[in-house]
Design a protein around this ligand. Structure first.
Ligand code: ATP
Ligand code: FE
Length: 332
């Protein structure tokens, strides 16, 4: 079984080929056009997807050593995401399936982020918990089977990636600032400054209070010393990162305690964060969890995770009608 998968939910155009559950190619074209605006501009994203999609699909097939005639199904991201971006990938996938007379498989992007953990060995066993931390979502997902997932905790406001990016913006760093906070944090003291931990009931998260407290903290200190940020950048970044990571890991430990599940995975772009990775490894040793962290190329948006999900859906006979449409928001 050979499946071509297309991902176009935000600002990366990606295509991948999976053969009997093994990813053969994963091509990703990013969009530099958004940098100057400090965030993704939806209309520009759709246009860039239109320019990229043919060469990206072409290269993914070429790298996998396949012709369109070798394919068994076409998969695409149906939701959630920017509607204009989703429309480009879904229209392309539907046209290709129609032209080649192949079945169509619609994939939920957040379910796919979780299943990125099943691309390489060792794979988690069921049930497992997944902390999905990306630019738009922060979720704790209980995973009882490849297609049996329940969100048991999520953010009430900003996502973890947004918390990193908005903090970076307050520090005057360019977009996306998450990786830069990670970089400077490596040289800093995580206990230099103490930012408050929000008291949110259950397994849910909140990051908007942290953003406000950072804003006031910076205003106060810059009033005393205009060079405060420049002189203490590493310590500030390390302290912000420490707080975001502890907000995430405290809830994850709580979820593990409440469910008794000890197979723990992470997914989404923020799982690239070295502070989060180290904290998870430590928690694994302390509590006896088995921790799984996907390769970086499978953490941020990519079509390999869409292909992996499509593989499970193909096995389950879960196909979509030809008139299916994308949606900006949808639960799974
Ligand atoms: P969603 O899947 O929710 O629609 P997305 O796919 O756009 O969102 P991802 O590509 O998974 O999001 O992740 C992007 C986010 O990850 C950005 O907010 C970015 O700052 C953050 N990020 C990437 N690397 C790091 C890092 N090393 N440390 C902290 N944050 C990081
Ligand atoms: Fe994503």
């Amino acid at each position: 079984v050979n499946i071509l998968a297309i991902e176009s939910s935000c600002d990366d155009t990606s295509a991948a080929v999976i053969s009997d559950g093994k990813v053969l190619s994963n091509v990703i074209a990013g969009q530099a056009v958004h940098e100057q605006y400090g965030g993704v501009v939806p209309e520009l994203a759709s246009r860039a997807h239109q320019e990229n999609i043919v060469p990206v699909v072409d290269l993914a097939l070429k790298k996998a050593g396949m012709q369109p005639a070798d394919l068994s199904a076409i998969a695409f991201t149906q939701s959630p995401g920017l509607i204009g971006s989703l429309l480009v990938g879904s229209s392309f996938a539907k046209s290709m399936a129609l032209a080649l007379d192949l079945p169509l498989i619609a994939v939920h992007h957040m379910q796919a982020h979780v299943l990125a953990n099943f691309i390489d060995d060792p794979k988690p066993s069921f049930p497992c918990l997944c902390l999905t931390v990306s630019g738009g979502h922060t979720q704790i997902v209980r995973v009882d089977g490849p297609l049996q997932m329940t969100v048991i905790g999520e953010t009430l406001d900003d996502a973890a990636g947004e918390a990193f990016d908005k903090s970076a913006k307050l520090l005057g760093l360019p977009y996306p600032g998450g990786p830069l906070i990670d970089k400077y944090a490596k040289e800093g003291n995580p206990k230099a400054y103490r930012f408050p931990e929000p008291q949110i009931p259950g397994l849910n998260f909140s990051f908007s209070g942290l953003k406000t407290s950072i804003l006031y903290f910076l205003q106060e200190n810059k009033a005393k010393d205009p060079a405060f940020v420049d002189n203490h950048l590493a310590d500030i970044c390390a302290s912000i990162q420490h707080r975001i990571v502890t907000i995430l890991t405290n809830k994850l430990v709580k979820a593990a305690q409440e469910t008794g599940i000890t197979e723990i995975c992470i997914a989404g772009g923020v799982s690239a964060n070295s502070g989060l990775r180290n904290a998870l490894e430590e928690l694994g040793q302390k509590h006896g969890y088995k921790v799984y962290i996907p390769q970086f190329q499978f953490c941020t948006d990519n079509a390999a995770m869409i292909a992996m999900t499509a593989h499970f859906k193909y096995l389950a006979g879960d196909f979509s009608p030809a008139d299916i449409v994308p949606t900006a928001r949808a639960a799974f």
